[in-house]
Write a protein that binds this ligand. Structure first.
Ligand SMILES: *Cc1c(COP(=O)(O)O)cnc(C)c1O
Length: 384
């Protein structure tokens, strides 16, 4: 019998078991770089921690189980995961990528992968046809949904159908909704990417990344890459993410409830021009998100009337902290144009609507009355 999601967060699939005989309820941190052999040809199953470490293995099993993958690999950051993923491709290969991606992914594609001969076709996949961009060299489609920061929603099932018709891999960065609200592999994706730094870790204290796959063949290639490139996550950090995952559902449900209340409040504020949240029925992606996810998430983007007001907000919020990142228990506000998306070419920013009036809120699990009071004071104190 398969456990339900809340139970899996705490116990994994229930079949992983503990690595030692002590009965430790919290999985031990195996702080060992290497493992002794009992004799020639008698490995314990662990040889060297770059290949595998029991704590990392436990975390990978739990994440594979949450995302319904055959395998998951834990990396030292989300970017380490995506950089390793790019090693699946060769010079001349072409990848179709959503326009409104995490800025770090765009930087990697433009400045590292391109140098290695990988070419990218980019478009707004929530509205444009992906099929028009497919060439004989296309190998994969890379998406996020909802996108960062403009909250476009892409139909995963439909994109997977097109990908498979043309023998392409569909890669979905599922950081924003996490397995708590969305399981891309069940909708036909081949590889799921996570920045574990965000909701999986959940406490703004650890960097981590994941690749999860539904294909044995892809899993085998990725195992070769993690052992060769040495991009795996360290044992203590694995333990922190394992601990974070235990409360994943509780945190995300609460943060989502807070996000809905904040969206309501923001919509009534006259100095706000537009609120971007996939849970708003007027969001073009509302129906698709409702169909393919069990929640709309805890990320809210909004546009204010002027750059001066945006600056005033960033300077004067007291509880909500002005910081990059998302998905932690603390509410954070981000200014994409100078932070997460600083290295994205100007033209592309403008095309995506990322202006100096756009702010992105990662709603945490504080008492929402305090969060709203903070927003209230910052708008009330604006002289403009
Ligand atoms: C943060 C983030 C990443 C990069 O992850 P790091 O852990 O910061 O390296 C990738 N994708 C998305 C959607 C992110 O939010």
């Amino acid at each position: 019998m398969e456990y339900n999601f809340l139970t899996k967060c705490v116990h994994g699939s229930g079949r992983e078991g503990s690595c030692d005989e002590s009965g430790a309820v919290s999985f031990p941190i195996y702080q060992s770089a290497t493992y002794a052999h009992r004799g020639l040809g008698k490995s314990t199953g662990y040889d060297y921690s770059r290949l595998q470490n029991p704590t990392r293995e436990q975390l990978e099993k739990v994440v594979a189980c949450l995302e319904h993958g055959v395998d998951a690999l834990a990396f030292s950051s989300g970017m380490a995961a995506i950089a390793t993923l790019m090693e699946l491709f060769r010079p001349g290969d072409h990848i179709i990528a959503e326009n409104d991606l995490y800025g770090g992914s765009i930087r990697l594609f433009d400045h590292v992968s391109s140098k290695n001969g990988i070419r990218f076709g980019r478009t707004d996949l929530s509205s444009a046809s992906v099929e028009a961009l497919i060439t004989p060299d296309t190998r994969a489609i890379f998406i996020e949904t909802p996108t960062n920061p403009m909250m476009h929603v892409i139909d995963i099932e439909k994109t997977a159908e097109i990908a498979h018709k043309h023998n392409l891999l569909l890669i979905v960065d599922n950081t924003f909704l996490s397995p708590c609200f969305q399981n891309p592999l069940l909708l036909g994706a081949d590889i799921v990417v996570h920045s574990g730094t965000k909701y999986l870790g959940g406490h703004n204290d650890t960097l981590a990344g994941f690749l999860v796959t539904a294909s044995e063949d892809v899993a085998e290639k990725l195992r070769f890459l993690i052992k060769t490139n040495g991009t795996g996550l360290a044992p203590f950090d694995c333990w922190l993410i394992l601990r974070g995952i235990k409360t994943l559902s509780l945190r995300m449900e609460k943060a989502q409830e807070n996000a809905c209340a904040i969206v309501n409040w923001l919509q009534k504020e006259k100095k706000i021009c537009k609120v971007y949240y996939p849970g708003l029925p007027e969001n073009p992606g509302y129906e698709i998100c409702k169909k393919q996810a069990s929640g709309f998430g805890c990320m809210v983007t909004f546009e204010v009337e002027s750059q001066e007001l945006a600056a005033h907000i960033l300077d004067n919020l007291k509880l909500i902290q002005f910081a990059e990142s998302l998905g932690g228990v603390e509410s954070l506000i981000t200014y994409p144009i100078t932070q997460t998306h600083a290295d994205v070419p100007r033209g592309m920013l403008t095309a995506n609507g990322i202006t100096d009036k756009i702010l992105r809120l990662s709603v945490g699990i504080e008492d929402v009355r305090d969060l709203i009071a903070d927003l209230d004071q910052v708008f009330a104190s604006y002289p403009g």
